[in-house]
Write a protein that binds this ligand. Structure first.
Ligand code: NAD
Length: 471
């Protein structure tokens, strides 16, 4: 297990076959094993927290250790323990009411492990986005094969070896490699494939899975809007948006991608955002709290978005002098006055660049959002109950946080997932358990029942019965 494979198909198949054979021989993981594995996983993350933070930081060039603790270690430990605590209740078959004609038969839903689950994860939160789906899959009793990101090789190797200590290779296997391995991975006949990554690759994954009718959960990206209501204190909104935008230097799937602000407040909001960002991070280069961009290529891409804005006549306000080529830090950049065709308004930004889009009325803001693909998250800042209710009703997004950013994602009792181009399906907490379970309908016929009344030869008896039912 856990080697960096050069011949994807052969090695993937070996790991896959071991998991399949174990599933055939021993079935899903029993409840005791799930509970034990979840607690072990939580302890492993705590014990190796520093190792994981250091590995991620090496992969990023620099990643704030506190950000890693807050956004990778804490969510995984909480989720694993929450799942362990609720496991028995989630697993319990649910009684369902039975139609009068079929009584006294009994109806239940049994939640059964799907079997063998594949998980493909991205680089931006390499621990959280690998281990949170694993928590759901293990809680539901599945065996799991994981393909972490090739862009975080140190973290992926460490995860492979740590998981190798916790699980037998016929319970959980980790395979590493780039897009070739990932492509081969997505062609395997899993019972469920859970993918987190970009919308473009998600489309490829779904195509590959469709070939073998493998059901998918897709946790994708997109452009998450933040709407600042005209009634809300600007400085407060700006600070909370800055926190959500600059965490992990904007490399967060639910970071506010752009901000919709009333046209009369556009300049004031830009000032408030700049002031808030500089309070949070008095410096950027060399600040241990401020994370680097994952690779030079990604930094170049972000600088390209800024350059494109400049070329199209937008106003560019960088909060620090740009570092030269080769640097991995990128100070926040505020963009205003952009035409619709600007890359900053078309593509997911995934970095510390914030375009501000003015609106004249909230109706305009809704129209702007609804004319674009369904976002993964939406942030609304308003204390007006009607504005909140109306915004929830008029916009579609995977999730919403009102009067803050990011926080709906760390609520164990809330499902997390996208809609439209930002994905399908959900996980976290019980939603994760259900995603990785088959809800099996079980009807249990009672010894005494009326089903003989509807058997052939049909005649007056059935006719009378149907006349009564269809009256
Ligand atoms: P990516 O799509 O480039 O890669 C994700 C994973 O897919 C990697 O492990 C990669 O090896 C694999 N992969 C690459 N090509 C593949 C193929 N043809 N078939 C199957 N797998 C393939 O994404 P990324 O750059 O690692 O991550 C950033 C993107 O992920 C952003 O768009 C972000 O919004 C999104 N994201 C979404 C969530 C969410 O929860 N919805 C969370 C984090 C990131």
């Amino acid at each position: 297990m856990n080697a960096l494979f050069s011949e994807p198909d052969e090695h993937l198949t070996t790991a896959f076959d071991a998991l399949r054979s174990a599933l055939a021989a021993h079935g899903p993981l029993p409840a005791e094993r799930r509970a034990e594995a979840l607690e072990d996983l939580a302890r492993m993350v705590i014990r190796h927290g520093t190792d994981l933070a250091e590995a991620i930081s090496r992969d990023f060039g620099h990643r704030s250790a506190d950000e890693t603790r807050l956004a990778e270690l804490f969510p995984v430990v909480t989720a694993a323990r929450h799942a362990r605590r609720h496991l028995r209740a989630w697993m319990r078959p649910e009684r369902r009411p039975i139609g009068m004609m079929f009584r006294p038969g009994r109806g239940r839903v049994h939640y059964q492990a799907l079997g063998l689950v594949g998980i493909i994860s991205p680089w931006n939160y390499p621990v959280q986005l690998t281990l949170l789906p694993l928590v759901g899959a293990i809680a539901a009793g599945n065996r799991v094969m994981i393909k972490p990101s090739e862009l975080t090789p140190e973290t992926s190797s460490l995860l492979a070896s740590l998981l190798g200590e916790l699980f037998r290779p016929d319970e959980v296997a980790v395979v590493q490699g780039g897009p070739e391995v990932a492509r081969a991975f997505s062609r395997l006949k899993f019972d469920h494939l859970f993918f987190t990554g970009s919308t473009a690759v998600g489309r490829e994954v779904m195509k590959a899975a469709a070939e073998r009718l493998v059901p998918v959960t897709l946790e994708l990206g997109g452009k998450t809007p933040a709407i600042v209501g005209p009634d809300y204190p600007l400085a407060k909104a700006a600070e909370r948006i800055a926190v959500g935008k600059l965490f992990n230097a904007g490399q967060t799937c639910i970071a506010p991608d752009f901000v919709l602000v009333h046209a009369s407040q556009e300049a004031a909001f830009a000032d408030a955002f700049a002031a808030a960002a500089l309070r949070l991070y008095p410096t950027f280069e060399g600040n241990p709290d401020y994370s680097a961009i994952i690779s030079e290529r990604h930094r170049e891409r972000l600088l390209g978005i800024v350059e494109d804005a400049r070329r199209l006549g937008g106003r560019v306000r960088s909060l620090d002098a740009e570092t030269g080529p080769g640097g991995r830090t990128l100070a926040p950049v505020i963009l205003t006055g952009l035409p619709d065709e600007a890359a900053a308004l078309r593509d997911e930004i995934f970095g510390p660049i914030l375009p501000i889009v003015p609106y004249r009325s909230l109706e305009d803001a809704y129209a702007y959002i609804n004319a674009r693909p369904g976002p993964l998250a939406l942030y609304l800042f308003s204390d007006d109950r009607q504005t909140v209710a109306q915004t929830l009703e008029r916009t579609v997004s995977g999730g919403v946080t009102v009067n803050d950013t990011l926080l709906h994602c760390v609520q164990e009792e809330l499902p997390f997932g996208g809609v439209g181009d930002s994905g399908m399906g959900a996980y976290h907490g019980e939603a994760g358990f259900r995603t990785f379970s088959h809800a099996k309908a079980v009807f249990h016929q009672s010894r005494f029942n009326g089903s003989a009344l509807t058997r052939p030869p049909y005649g007056r008896r059935v006719e009378r019965l149907l006349k009564w039912v269809l009256r």
